[in-house]
Design a protein around this ligand. Structure first.
Ligand code: SF4
Ligand code: SF4
Length: 178
């Protein structure tokens, strides 16, 4: 077909593009934009670490963590969803809305840390599933200790250690005296 034939054919055709805000329906297997169920998020930062496009950024603070996601940078690969230990992330099948400038779609969530049962100060959230991956067997004492803030956990560990060493020294003294 010569160039004139091509131009004439294109004139007779309907437009191939969509007029904003109409959008192409995503393919059925399209994974879609990422959502965070913050109630399940343990602020571990793994999603930030595995996201090669830098769409997720997790910044920890003393009493909370800022989780942000920019669908404009996301490649919808699903890596963060697959590796999220809290099963907090999911993809909803929708594509990112139209945007004009980089960063326009960025959205943030705040994950507030729960209070330490011993001193009431913020303690890093923990997740049962992650615990089970890291440890085969979890004692009730360990389960209780994991809920504490870092300071109380350290203090509890020191107490246990001191008691253990004291017990060992007592045993040695008793053995010498016998
Ligand atoms: S729990 Fe999931 S969403 Fe929360 S920081 Fe960790 S990987 Fe990201
Ligand atoms: S789906 Fe992929 S690109 Fe998008 S936020 Fe998750 S890891 Fe990053």
């Amino acid at each position: 077909m010569n160039i004139l034939g091509l131009i004439s054919r294109n004139f007779r055709r309907d437009p191939a593009t969509y007029r904003y805000p109409e959008r192409h329906v995503p393919a059925t297997r399209f994974r879609g934009i990422v959502r965070n169920d913050t109630a399940k998020c343990i602020a571990c930062g793994i999603c930030d670490h595995v996201c090669v496009s830098g769409a997720i950024v997790v910044v920890g603070h003393d009493d909370h963590c800022d989780w942000s996601y920019d669908p404009g940078r996301c490649t919808f690969c699903g890596r963060c969803v697959d590796l999220c230990p809290g099963e907090a992330l999911s993809q909803d099948g929708d594509r990112a809305p139209t945007y004009a400038r980089s960063g326009d779609l960025a959205q943030g969530e705040q994950i507030t840390y729960p209070a330490c049962p011993e001193c009431g100060l913020p303690a890093r959230p923990y997740n049962e599933r992650l615990l089970m991956i890291a440890h085969d067997d979890i004692s009730p004492e360990f389960r209780e200790r994991i809920k504490l803030c870092e300071r109380c956990r350290r203090r509890r560990s020191q107490t246990v250690l001191t008691k253990g060493l004291g017990g060992a020294a007592d045993t040695e003294r008793n053995a010498d005296g016998a």
